[in-house]
Ligand binder design. Sequence first.
Ligand code: NAD
Length: 293
Amino acid sequence: MQLIDGKKLSETIKEEIADEVGLIKKQDGKVPHLAAVLVGDDPASQAYVRNKVRSCDQVGFESTLIKKDSSITQEELLEIVEDLNSNDDIDGFIVQLPLPKHIDESLVTLKIDPTKDVDGFHPINFGRMAQGLPSYLPATPYGILQMLERYKIETSGMHCVVIGRSNIVGTPISILLSRKASPGNCTVTITHSRTRDLSSEVSRADIIIAAIGIPHFVTADMVKEGAVVIDVGINRMEDETRKRGYRLVGDVDFDQVAPRCSFITPVPGGVGPMTVTSLMLNTLKASRREIYG
Ligand code: NAD
């Protein structure tokens, strides 16, 4: 079994990005600039945004953090989006989800200029992705593709079972891995909460991608010997031995499953760091006008 070390790989990619930024600076070019909008005080969202800002510092990007109270109105938030759309200094931006209940998330996503949508959530980017056109790929699926590519994991002709059908992970990674591309060319089965006999579907997989949000959902009996397992889940599990009272676990029962795998990602230190790094890659593309010219 080989561990797919997302932490190490993300550091390598960040070093590559930092080198690119070094070259841009040498040529007196404009350093990529990412803005993040954070609404409310959800601790997980705060941690994610902190991480994104820290990564910008690490690679030499400029970053702007716009923090707003959860009482912000939808109109006020849409105005911020409009300002960011028209601010030429900002190459790309994200609005951290989830948003408070009184704000329509899909409306906010729709208002983001697709050329600055470095999260890749706008339907235009999603549609372009589905048709294989240049687009900002959603960060988590993009991170998974990087892992498969850099670890030279064969995907062509493989049977991939994706568990979960969210718009940000399950659905896009299913599309990407089924496309005629490398990584790609998989036969993909997408499974979800209404799938009958999910366990037997998963047990036929050469590649399993778990994005459900249920700790240790994937157990050893569901995993074929030699399978590749990508664990997207990030779940808090009570743990009194930890100072903060919990530890992070994935959707896969790592200890039991790992011995059966050819490759597996750990949690933490797997898909998570790759997601943030993919956002940096998208921001670099935005600053170079690589997708939309
Ligand atoms: P979500 O909550 O939007 O969707 C969960 C999906 O799982 C749904 O499609 C649902 O049909 C499916 N599901 C739920 N219960 C099921 C069951 N019993 N059997 C089969 N399918 C079931 O999920 P999401 O936003 O894709 O997140 C999934 C997990 O991944 C969460 O733990 C989240 O924290 C984590 N996540 C991690 C990263 C990262 O960077 N590592 C990024 C995004 C999400």
